[in-house]
Design a protein around this ligand. Structure first.
Ligand code: IPM
Ligand code: MG
Length: 360
């Protein structure tokens, strides 16, 4: 039995096109094997969107995203456009999609493949066996709070300001995602905040504590974000599900990616209340290596697996991708970011080829 999927593919900038291409090839292979049937439609986004039609999130791209079952997203960011007004910069595309589609729940699993324990900058014994689910709130916080801006004071000095803000209902809905996720894993949630200093996160802690009473089978703990940043390096295996706000989650998930050997390995899912989602690697557009066949496509390929699992209910097909990635890593193939001695150094396309071959 195959299910028909309408997917929006938004490659974006830098390495975005080359990594999404490999993930698309993987999905097409699964379709050819009869695991699913697919219609793919591609549209420009980010700097590419700006170049194509004067806006990082062109109307047609947003329409396509809204009308699709799920979105496979590459990366956005283009230094040459950093002098544009903020609302025209490439990053606004991903922020706009998250907001327009109400993708409030960002799942960023950080797990280590045995072969990569030595690729991490941390000692293998600290990271081997690591399996953390970072759940980042994605549509609130200082990212979207108003007012914000840069104003000129009476003495002529400029002052920048942003607003950190969370409503109770926003904290509850991301909290539920975290508790539910913990129920399918290790039954532990660590909520990360800065309640010793910030009012917004005092509310965050209070709401999480109250909500936690509805999940007596899940052990809830709280941690200040500075300590969490340190604990992630000191003893990352203490964490099961880690839930936090938009900005802390942005920072901690980049940090956690390095525990796994490379930021090129971390997929993500951004979900709305009905599990419609956008799937993207957590890394950026890496313009310095774009077009050189150097980028690691695995985070995007693993994002495609999450897409099948979370938005399409195709757990078996997702398992197939994940085990193909495992086999490929075990075979000793490595893009430069995860290269270790004794490995076979390969490029973006060859890594895609290897995963596809391992799907057989
Ligand atoms: C991420 C990125 C984005 C963010 C940028 C590109 C706006 O860093 O997805 O983590 O800050 O959320
Ligand atoms: Mg980030």
């Amino acid at each position: 039995m195959s299910t028909h999927l309408k997917l929006a593919v938004l490659p974006g900038d830098g390495i975005g096109p080359e990594i999404t291409q490999q993930a698309v090839r993987v999905l097409e292979r699964l379709a050819a094997q009869g695991h699913l049937s697919l219609t793919l439609e591609q549209a420009p986004v980010g700097g590419a969107g700006y170049r194509a039609s004067g806006h990082p999130l062109p109307e047609a791209t947003l329409r396509l995203a809204k009308s699709s079952d799920a979105i496979l997203f590459g990366a956005v960011g283009d230094f040459s456009l950093d002098n544009l007004a903020r609302e025209l910069r490439p990053e606004q595309a991903i922020l706009g999609l998250r907001q327009e589609l109400e993708l409030f729940a960002n799942l960023r699993p950080a797990m280590i493949y045995p072969e990569l324990a030595g690729a991490s900058t941390l000692k293998p014994e600290v990271v081997s066996g690591l399996d953390i689910m970072i759940i980042r709130e994605l549509t609130g916080d200082i990212y979207f709070g108003k007012p914000r801006g840069i104003r000129v004071l009476d003495n002529g000095e400029r002052e920048g300001f942003d607003t950190m803000v969370y409503r109770e209902s926003e904290i509850v809905r991301i909290g539920r995602v975290a508790f539910e996720a913990a129920r399918k894993r290790g039954h532990r949630v660590c909520s990360v905040d800065k309640a010793n200093v910030l009012e917004t996160t005092q509310l965050w802690r209070d709401v999480m504590t109250t909500l936690g009473k509805e999940y007596p089978d899940v052990a809830l703990s709280h941690m200040y974000v500075d300590n969490a940043a340190m604990q992630l390096l000191k003893d990352p295996k203490q964490f099961d599900v880690l839930v936090t706000g938009n900005m802390f989650g942005d920072i901690l998930s980049d940090e956690a990616s390095m525990l796994t050997g490379s930021i090129g390995m971390l997929p993500s899912a951004s979900l709305d209340a009905r599990n419609k989602g956008l799937y993207e690697p957590i890394h950026g557009s890496a313009p310095d290596i774009a077009g050189k066949n150097l980028a690691n496509p695995l985070a995007t390929i693993l994002s495609a697996a999450m897409l099948l699992r979370y938005s399409c209910g195709l757990a078996q097909a997702a398992d197939k991708i994940e085990s193909a990635v495992r086999k490929t890593l075990a075979s000793g193939m490595a893009t430069p970011d995860i290269y270790r001695e004794g490995c076979q150094r390969v490029g973006t396309v060859e890594m895609g080829d290897a995963v596809i071959a391992a799907l057989a």
